[in-house]
Design a protein around this ligand. Structure first.
Ligand SMILES: C[S@@+](CC[C@H](N)C(=O)[O-])C[C@H]1O[C@@H](n2cnc3c(N)ncnc32)[C@H](O)[C@@H]1O
Length: 274
């Protein structure tokens, strides 16, 4: 299996702190917090192992037994990450030398030793370069490897991690929730996320599709809440989210999540119609 990983190598763009919003989501997830084995996969970590080191660092603040395994389909990128790991172990980086991180070659089939099953699989900016029709199969293949109450988080963000969105997928491969996560300071319009939607939605931001209605409504409420900017962008976003709820959007989470610039809805609220 390891000799023919499922998928294909794509551009390896990554960067320091790019996935911090997504790390925070995983750290708060029940799938991670309650896992019998808190193993988290960073699938398609890219040209550097930095997102795996950061994820492991953030997760161990929540659970000291958290473990991250970076998987990459491109063997040269595994060699690069292993060389970085040697630097970490030698104490020559800002990461803890005993960080529970490892790297290996692998694709959507998520190879793991001794039949271990991950609590969480994170695949950020991986499916972006695939076709929309590839998404359901990739979700099913990855999700089938999860522990029983595990979680697949698949999505997209910009290069510096200010604009992100992702889908939570259940072990049976069905999508359950959709989240956008935005840095609120200096945010002009929430619909900036249209450029960074997960592959399953990025071609669906067109009139008549639900995700388009959502982003239109969110922009409108963000504009309407502009006077609250005097109290800060967070207050403005909270007001916009409250207005969306009042209109009947089934917004999930609570103020502690919305304050982070996060908005989560059930997948059915945005699922493509066609
Ligand atoms: C744009 S980089 C994303 C890096 C990192 N996840 C991030 O968000 O910063 C995408 C990486 O996914 C890898 N990739 C693509 N398909 C894959 C697959 N099926 N399994 C594992 N890695 C894959 C590519 O080789 C590439 O290095």
């Amino acid at each position: 299996m390891a000799s023919s990983p499922l998928g294909r190598p794509t551009r390896g763009t990554t960067g320091t702190n790019r996935l911090r919003r997504n790390d925070r989501w995983i750290a708060a997830s029940e799938a991670f917090r309650r896992a019998a084995d808190p193993l988290v996969i960073d699938l398609g970590y890219g040209a550097s192992g930095v997102t795996a080191f950061e994820l492991a660092t953030r997760l161990r603040h929540v659970r000291t037994d958290a473990e991250v395994r970076g998987l990459e389909i491109d063997p040269a990128r595994v060699a690069t990450a292993d060389a970085q790991l040697a630097e970490v172990r030698a104490g020559r980086t800002s990461f803890a030398p005993d960080l529970r991180v490892s790297f290996a070659r692998g694709g959507f089939e998520i190879p793991l030793p001794a039949g271990r099953r991950p609590a969480v699989i994170r695949a950020m900016n991986v499916l972006r370069q695939y076709e929309e029709r590839d998404v359901p199969g990739a979700w099913r293949t990855m999700a089938a490897r999860l522990a029983p109450r595990g979680l697949l988080v698949e999505g997209t963000c910009d290069e510096i991690g200010r604009v992100a969105s992702w889908v939570d997928v259940l072990p049976d491969g069905t999508p359950s929730r959709f989240t956008i996560s935005l840095r609120l300071a200096e945010l002009e319009q929430p619909s900036i996320v249209a450029e960074r939607l997960p592959k399953a939605l990025i071609h669906r931001n067109v009139p008549g599709e639900r995700v388009h209605v959502l982003l239109t409504d969110l922009d409108r409420e963000w504009a309407r809440a502009a006077p609250l900017s005097t109290f800060g962008a967070t207050q403005r976003f909270l007001a916009a989210v409250a207005a969306l709820r009042a209109q009947g959007w089934p917004v999930q989470g609570g103020r502690s999540r919305w304050r982070l610039g996060e908005l989560t809805l059930p997948w059915e609220a945005v699922a493509p119609l066609g």
